[in-house]
Structure formats: C-alpha cells, structure tokens
Design a protein around this ligand. Structure first.
Ligand SMILES: Cc1cc2nc3c(=O)[nH]c(=O)nc-3n(C[C@H](O)[C@H](O)[C@H](O)COP(=O)(O)OP(=O)(O)OC[C@H]3O[C@@H](n4cnc5c(N)ncnc54)[C@H](O)[C@@H]3O)c2cc1C
Length: 309
C-alpha cells in the first residue's frame, strides 16, 4: 500500500532526513517496521508567511518496497533499418519527436539549418561582441532551438499538454539534476542545458537515427498531395513521413506553407516582457528576509505569461 503524506518544515530542516522521517512516522500512527520506503515526490516553498516554509509530499510504502521504474532509454532499439521520419528542426519539439520515433521503432532523420549546440556558441559571441548575426545560427536557430541558451525553466501552467513527467524523466536520463522531478518550479540551469542537448543528440545517433546540421529546408517534395520529403540547398531527403518542428521564428517556413497551399492556423500572440532586478532584491521581496537563509534557492519572480519569463 502507498500513502501520500505531506509535511511542512523550515528551510534549516529540509535536508534533515531523520527529522522528516520522524514527522512522517508521527503522522502515520503505525508500526514503523511496516514502513518500507519513503520517497519524496514534490517539493515546493510557501513564502507567504513571515518565514518561508517547505512543503514536502512523500509516497510512503507500507508493507511493500518502492520499485525503481525502468529507464525510458531501455525501451529504445536500433532503428537504422526502419521507416524514416524526416524531422525539420533540432529544437525541443524536434528532438523530443525524434526520441518518440526511437520508442516507436521509427528512424528519425533530424535536419537543422543551424550548427550544433557548441559551435553555435561562437555565433552568439559574434552577435554580442561585434554585432554580426548569422541568419542560420543565432539565438533562435541552431541545435537546441530558441531557448538553448536560456535558464531552462521547465514549468508550465498549461494543463492541456498532457503529463510532463516523461519529458522531465528523459531530461534526467540525459544528465539533468533529478531534483527537477520533484521541484515545483524546476529548472535545468543555463550551464547544463547545452550538455543535455548534446546527450540527446548522442542517443538519437546511438540508436540509428541521424542528425544533420547546416541543412536549411527550402522546399517540400510533394506528389499527389502526399509529402515525400524536403529539399535543402544542395540535398534532398526522402522519408515515410515529415515532421515540421521549425518553431516560432521560422518565417520562411510559414511563407513556404502558404505558397504550397498547406493550411496553417494562427495561434494567439504571446508577448513576453523581461524586467531585470538584482537577485538580492527579488529574494527580499519573495522571502521577506534581508539575507536569504541557507537552503532557500535563489528566488525567481514569475509573470503571469509566458511562464518562463
Ligand atoms: C531567450 C529565450 C529564452 C527562453 N527561455 C525559456 C525557458 O527558460 N523555458 C521554456 O520553457 N521556454 C523558454 N523559451 C521558449 C522556448 O525556447 C520555446 O518554446 C521552444 O524553443 C520552442 O521549441 P520548438 O522546438 O518548437 O522551436 P524552436 O526552439 O524555435 O526550434 C526550431 C528549430 O528549427 C530550426 N529551423 C527553423 N527553420 C528551419 C529550416 N527552414 N530548416 C531547418 N531547420 C530549421 C531552427 O534552427 C531551430 O533549431 C525561451 C525562448 C527564448 C527566445
């Protein structure tokens, strides 16, 4: 039997396992020997009161032990000889589509107009230092997509997009801190994100998929209303299906779709506004403390939309 238990502790006790387990035992009011495992499933901070408090939710295993789920990666098999799915764009949508292909026994061939996530960094430097913008490798284009050089905030208020646990689990299996599985406002960290993106690429290659950079898709190959593949400047790619994961900034792809008479649908426009404050000021307003106490993370202020601002 598994029971959920919630405990509230001050920051100085949040990593004190013995103390937390004693609180759980008190709440459970049962023989301690029947409790086999205590697993943290959610960690959030309530900063409304004078001193912030951690709210921790645990799954308590009674008379049975917790079983570690098998890694998602263990489900993948070699797909090098399987049906091919051309995926245009190596952003989050493209790479997660590629991982879904691996799981479904399909061979993903990912094409991106930009460079790999490390090489791309040089082009960002050129933008910052000398103001030169490479039209195919910049803040929006290149492996990892538009947010690759951001903080990697992972929470969403959307309830329409299904469960995000699988996405978080896959990120952990590619090197993200397992804390993202339990934190109420998880984030990867700008220094770690490029490494994780490169690890996802390695998984795609390892199981027989392909990732090809410097391939800007400029046209579709269509016959009898069926898309057979895509054309880049010098090469064409044929596949059994094509997924367009070109993101918000690929205006040329929108134009191509219109030219080809392919139906596209406008979504409401989202405008993000970024206001920067000193971290100490944000901490003071959120936590009501002159100096942020130990075990409290650097606080972030969130706007109502978009959620990653
Ligand atoms: C500065 C910034 C910070 C952000 N921070 C966060 C955050 O912290 N958390 C969060 O959840 N979201 C964040 N976002 C939003 C997030 O980046 C996007 O929601 C996400 O990148 C969308 O993913 P996507 O794969 O659909 O498209 P994109 O990320 O735009 O990826 C599209 C890919 O397609 C490629 N492409 C485009 N056209 C072509 C073509 N013709 N041929 C071949 N390849 C092509 C591009 O090179 C790109 O790699 C941020 C966005 C920005 C701009």
């Amino acid at each position: 039997m598994v029971r959920q238990v919630e405990v509230k502790v001050f920051p100085d006790k949040v990593y004190d396992e013995m103390y937390i387990h004693s609180l759980i035992h008190q709440q459970m009011k049962r023989d301690v020997s029947s409790i086999k495992d205590i697993i943290l499933v959610k960690r959030s901070i309530d900063a409304r009161s004078r001193r912030p408090i951690y709210i921790l939710r645990y799954d308590v295993y009674i008379d049975e032990s917790y079983k570690n789920p098998a890694p998602i990666l263990s489900r993948y098999k070699d797909v090098s000889e399987k049906k091919t799915v051309i995926i245009v764009g190596a952003g989050p949508a493209g790479y997660f589509a590629a991982l879904e292909c691996l799981e479904s026994g399909l061979k993903p061939v990912v094409l991106d107009r930009g460079k790999d996530v490390r090489e791309r960094r040089r082009d960002l430097k050129a933008i910052q230092q000398v103001g030169i913008v490479n039209p195919d490798s910049n803040y929006c284009f290149g492996e990892g997509g538009a947010g690759a050089y951001s903080d990697g905030k992972l929470y969403t208020r959307s309830v329409k997009r299904g469960k995000i646990e699988k996405v978080l689990q896959l990120l952990v299996e590619h090197g993200a801190d397992p804390d993202i599985l339990v934190d109420a406002h998880p984030h990867i960290g700008s220094n770690k994100l490029p490494v994780i993106i490169a690890a996802i690429r390695q998984t795609i290659l390892q199981y027989g998929g392909q990732v090809i950079f410097n391939q800007k898709v400029t046209d579709f190959i269509i016959e009898n209303n069926h898309i057979l593949g895509v054309k880049c400047d010098e090469t064409s790619y044929l596949g059994d299906a094509v997924i367009l994961a070109t993101g918000h900034s690929a205006r040329d792809i929108y134009q191509l779709l219109v030219t080809k008479n392919i139906k596209i649908e406008a979504k409401p426009f989202a405008l993000g506004l970024r206001i920067e404050h000193q971290q100490s000021y944000i901490d003071q307003t959120q936590y009501h403390q002159e100096v942020r106490e130990e075990n409290l993370p650097a606080s972030s202020l969130w706007s109502s939309y978009p959620s990653w601002c």
